[in-house]
Design a protein around this ligand. Structure first.
Ligand code: F6R
Length: 240
């Protein structure tokens, strides 16, 4: 694993942008695996700025997102599809038809997982962007998720519900279930870029880099990926 430690969130985002921009420059028809959450916002702002100022085109790019809350769709400003449109897609020349997320509103969630797995098997990610949960989750693969899992319906861990409650009016509004790519889908990516900032991620980052490869800390599986880059700020790296 290649590790880059930066002074703060802004420089972490600068470095992340460099990696992402390089993938798109080398392959203007790249498949980008994307994530939501607060961590990638700085990176997304830089991609938007670069498109605006330098004309980098995403016309031929396709995207696949990690996850979506069950029951939420584009009309909900808490959904991940809304988040992606608001924070990235509408700022690029990326056709919405080229973007993919699991459909949280699907009537049959298991069939939706099967659809997403089939899609992913035809669209290998040239790069998969990840954040990390304070409990070491990636996407919504909570501790204990088998490394061989593909896209599946997840019951969210209490710690994840608490972490995410800040984004909802009340903790009880946080959906209890989500659709998530599995660790196998993530490991299938050609390249992985995982970002972490802040002291509350330090323990998880330590487990990701130094801990045993264990399903109890899902991100530790990334130690087995041949091309994984971790970019984190000093606070998140403080236990390394
Ligand atoms: C987001 C996702 C999650 C987040 C993680 C960190 O699509 O799958 O695993 O990456 O929970 O979230 P933030 O960035 O908000 O700290």
């Amino acid at each position: 694993m290649k590790i880059i430690i930066t002074k703060d969130y802004e420089t972490m985002s600068d470095e992340a942008f460099r990696v992402m921009a390089d993938v798109v420059k080398q392959n203007p028809a790249a498949v980008l695996g994307l994530a939501t959450g607060t961590t990638p916002l700085g990176l997304y702002a830089r991609m938007a700025k670069d498109h605006r100022e330098n004309g980098t085109s995403y016309r031929n790019v396709h995207t696949v997102n990690l996850d979506e809350y069950a029951g939420l769709g584009a009309e909900s400003d808490q959904s991940y599809v809304w988040f992606m449109r608001e924070n990235l897609f509408r700022h690029l020349d990326l056709p919405l038809g080229n973007t993919n997320l699991p459909n949280g509103k699907a009537e049959d969630l298991l069939a939706e997982c099967a659809r997403y797995n089939a899609l992913l098997s035809e669209m290998q990610q040239d790069i998969q962007l990840l954040g990390i949960g304070s409990n070491g989750h990636i996407a919504f693969n909570e501790p204990g998720t088998p490394f061989g899992a593909e896209t599946h319906v997840v019951e969210l861990a209490e710690s994840t519900i608490r972490d995410n409650a800040r984004l909802f009016a009340r903790e009880e509004d946080v959906p209890r279930r989500a659709l998530s790519m599995g660790l196998k889908n993530i490991m299938h990516a050609k390249k992985i870029l995982i970002l972490a900032n802040g002291a509350n991620k330090a323990k998880a980052v330590c487990g990701l880099v130094k801990g045993p490869v264990t399903e109890q800390l899902p991100a530790s599986v990334l130690q087995l990926h041949p091309d994984c880059v971790l970019i984190c700020d000093e606070a998140a790296a403080s236990l390394l």
